[in-house]
Design a protein around this ligand. Structure first.
Ligand code: EPS
Length: 379
């Protein structure tokens, strides 16, 4: 299965094309739109989210709410395009509006500077429009399709926000407790810690500053053997890390105990193996996070993703104006203070994409019935 996304932050629309889905996958668009609404929510989001009301529209590949096996195209129209037509149109733009909206005081931590040099631009808007995390809206829509493919096999994905700018929830939660996170303001499961995190965001906002955080993503019901021990590029943890690192602002990914493995001895890290007639083989602990040797081992997948603070600061950092090369204060334009709740939703979508691909690689199948039969035959 192949996913391509396209679209600029203030352009007409965002598009995703998914190739390789089997026929007869029933799609519930309301579930996809619910994820899109969650991605827009969360304490610390900016004014843009008051303009957009993201809803995915299907343009191709689906008839009567079922996939046909042909490429599925999803589209989200940017409502804000109406306010940006003069300088974001594919036709002739208004030079004065373009100049007014241009960005040359390149932002530290953003794609601005490296992007303008690489693509021979002077206006970083030609870079930031694609670098923008607005692109994640369409990845969440596509992820919603992959989630429904996995759900048909009994594979479910959940998650929560574990940390916001140093305010951390140290507790571990059972998978069934995670759904509650979607009903909170910041995606955190502990009310008191969430209040502290909100205070932190409010304080940072007052100072023209921003926050990142950590989200934990979990997967229940994935059988063992997805990914590969034979080919490095097909290792499941490698593919998950690639997918998660591709999300805007992500700087770190952990699987299971993650970086803590380096602090402990083998006896305290490796998960002992047991067997019961009804359950089959299982691990008595899950520090490996459900992946050994690049393959799922049948335990829950446990992944954590670290997001850096958003690089658009209302009190800009020191920089250099790109055209004059003079010292300057970095550009600040409307943005979010914290988008960690969004990251949690986006990371679920990306994990769904990677896992659906791993399932398709192993099982193939032109119809959902074939995929399900093959999945159910696995130990
Ligand atoms: C973003 C800047 C802001 C964010 C945007 C990501 O957009 P704007 O410049 O229009 O205020 O709100 O994220 C989204 C629009 C979104 O839907 O997630 C950036 O520079 O990355």
């Amino acid at each position: 299965m192949k996913l391509t996304t396209a679209g600029e932050s203030h352009g007409k629309a965002l598009i995703a094309v998914i190739e390789g889905l089997p026929a007869h996958l029933q799609l519930d668009m309301e579930k996809i739109n619910a994820d899109l609404a969650l991605r827009q929510s969360g304490f610390g989001r900016g004014a843009r989210q008051k303009i957009e009301r993201d809803r995915a529209e299907i343009l191709t590949g689906v008839r009567n709410l079922e996939t046909l096996g042909s490429p599925v195209t999803l589209c989200i129209y940017n409502k804000d395009y109406a306010n940006w037509t003069a300088c974001m149109s594919d036709g002739k733009c208004d030079e004065s509006v373009m100049a007014q909206k241009s960005l040359t005081k390149v932002r530290p931590g953003h794609a601005d500077l490296t992007g303008v040099i690489k693509y021979g631009q002077t206006d970083a808007r030609n870079i930031l429009e694609r670098a923008s995390a607005r692109e994640t809206a369409i990845r969440v829509a596509a992820g919603g399709v992959y989630k429904q493919y996995l759900s048909a096999l009994g594979v479910e994905i959940g998650g929560y926000v574990k940390e916001v700018c140093g305010v951390k929830d140290e507790r571990e939660y059972a998978f069934d407790e995670l759904a509650k996170a979607k009903t909170t303001e910041l995606g955190m499961l502990d009310k008191e810690i969430e209040e502290l995190a909100k205070c932190k965001i409010t304080e940072l906002k007052k100072n023209g500053d921003t926050a990142g955080g950590v989200a934990e993503i979990r997967v229940k019901g994935l059988k063992s053997g997805f990914g590969s021990v034979m080919t490095y590029a097909e290792k499941l943890d490698a593919q998950l890390a690639q997918g998660l690192m591709s999300i805007q602002a992500v700087k770190g990914v952990e699987v299971g105990a993650g970086f803590a493995v380096a602090k402990k001895s083998g006896k305290d890290i490796h998960d002992e193996i047991a067997y019961e007639n009804e359950r089959g083989f299982y691990r008595t602990t899950n520090r490996a996070g459900g992946i050994e040797g690049g393959m799922s081992n049948g335990e829950e997948l446990v992944l954590r993703v670290a997001m850096k603070p958003i690089p658009t600061l209302m009190k800009g950092l020191k920089t250099v104006e790109y055209t004059t090369k003079e010292s300057a204060v970095a550009a600040s334009e409307r943005s979010d203070v914290c988008a960690i709740f969004a990251l949690e939703i986006i990371a679920e979508a990306v994990v769904a994409e990677v896992l659906a691909n791993a399932v398709e690689k192993r099982l193939g199948g032109d119809t959902m019935a074939e995929v399900k039969t093959r999945y159910n035959l696995l130990p």
